[in-house]
Design a protein around this ligand. Structure first.
Ligand code: GCO
Ligand code: MG
Length: 406
């Protein structure tokens, strides 16, 4: 079999998605997700201008060799743009291999290790009553675990909370326009407020509901240690991205002070970003997405490395991973032994129409389905009818105007 075409499709059925479609001389084609929120066209160019020409004529079955040649052959290593592009190639080749074998991808990854994939959904509110309503809505949808985010008294717009500019579940929709939205931040107010939120939620919903929270990279190590300690009575499933993720050493200090489980890694794009974190057991969950980590091949290696240290998976699954990237994630989730949880907040009806898929979401649990490959199609006509729209993620500033991590 030989690759005869590699085409990049950029579409915006509500938000932007970048999809790679690889076609072979035997008529089998594969899809990969290359969406990098707020920087979509850079990945599209990297793929179109630098990667697609290298794919023509090669044997699509040689997944590892292709991955290594794209990674090592560029000389310039890692980075979100490069690794999202390589991820799209890797997933499209796995899709082709599994279709050629007539099997769903999870069978090629070792087969099912469980019956279904547990998820967490997003609940948020400007205040506690609104948060309670949102938690009740997620529970009614069947979610077994829930991430909670709230507004902070005195702040106008906070990450993860429903406002006019955020989706109903609190997932950030990049601001469509020439400049990013500016949000505001006050770490002391946040650190005072969050324990009161968890106390209220535990009082209302009891001790058993698994609760998660995302600090979105905003704390120093000592602040994160304090928050972890303050939240210990409420037994979180995880505290996510408590410090800016690129500083692996910061987690030593946090870990030394708290038993609150820690999750990190949605912005990582290579196994090397996890070397210290995993080998020193500084975290409990690895958060990388197939789409931003170079694909199924390297993410499988990360999970096997993490398993040796009793660390579990928690694949990043926001709405800015397309259904193609989500499907690849669900195949991995079903196959690996050290599965932890899958983030899932669903898609708009139009996105579902652009990407019809075999995976199912039933009462809080995902299953990849039995269609050969990753089980996702691309409706190219509908995709073409919804053109790319320039969009930015917000920028975060302290009240004196200083830029802070968003
Ligand atoms: C999450 C993430 C997302 C990111 C988004 C950025 O835990 O789901 O933090 O909400 O902010 O993916 O594009
Ligand atoms: Mg996050």
């Amino acid at each position: 079999m030989k690759i005869v075409d590699a085409k990049v499709v950029v579409t915006s059925p509500g938000r932007n998605f970048v999809t790679l479609k690889i076609t072979t001389d035997e008529g089998i084609s594969g899809l990969g997700d290359a969406t990098l929120n707020g920087r979509e066209l850079s990945v599209a160019s990297y793929l179109r201008d630098h990667v697609a020409p290298l794919l023509i004529g090669i044997d699509p079955h040689r997944i590892e060799d292709t991955w290594q040649s794209l990674y090592r052959g560029a000389y310039w290593r890692r980075g979100p743009v490069t690794m999202a592009a390589i991820a799209a190639v890797d997933v499209a080749l796995w899709d082709i291999k599994a279709k050629a074998a007539g099997l769903p991808l999870y069978q090629l990854l070792g087969g099912a290790s469980r019956e279904r994939v547990g998820t967490y959904g997003h609940a948020s509110g400007q205040d506690i009553p609104e948060l309670f309503d949102s938690i009740r809505a997620r529970l009614a949808e069947g979610y077994p675990s829930i991430r909670i985010q709230t507004g902070i008294p005195g702040l106008k717009a906070v990450y993860g909370v429903h406002t006019a500019d955020h989706a109903v579940d609190g997932a950030p929709i990049p601001h469509q326009g020439a400049r990013p939205l500016v949000e505001d931040w006050d770490t002391s107010a946040y650190l005072r407020h969050m324990p009161t939120v968890f106390e209220a939620v535990r009082n209302e919903f009891g001790p058993e509901l698994p609760l998660l929270h995302d600090a979105h990279h905003r704390l120093t190590p000592i602040q994160a240690a304090q928050l972890g300690k303050d939240l210990e009575p409420y037994r979180l499933f995880w505290l996510e991205d408590c410090t800016p993720a690129e500083d692996q050493n910061a987690l030593r200090l946090v870990r030394g002070h708290t038993t609150t489980p820690l999750a990190i890694g949605e912005v990582f794009n290579s196994l090397y970003d996890y070397q210290t974190l995993v080998s020193e057991k500084l975290i409990d969950y690895v958060r990388s997405a197939v789409t931003h980590f170079g694909g199924v091949s390297p993410l499988r290696k990360l999970f096997d490395f993490a398993a040796q240290h009793q660390i579990k998976s928690g694949i990043h699954g926001p709405e800015d991973i397309s259904p193609v990237g989500m499907a690849a994630a669900v195949h991995l989730d079903l196959a690996i032994h050290n599965f932890g949880i899958q983030e899932y907040s669903g898609y708009t009806a139009l996105t579902e129409e652009v990407f019809p898929h075999a995976y199912t979401f039933t009462s809080g649990y995902l299953h990849p389905g039995e269609a050969p490959g990753i089980g996702v199609e691309l409706n190219e006509d509908l995709a073409a009818a919804h053109e790319y729209k320039a969009a930015y993620l917000p920028v975060n500033r302290l009240q004196d105007g200083t830029v802070h991590d968003w």
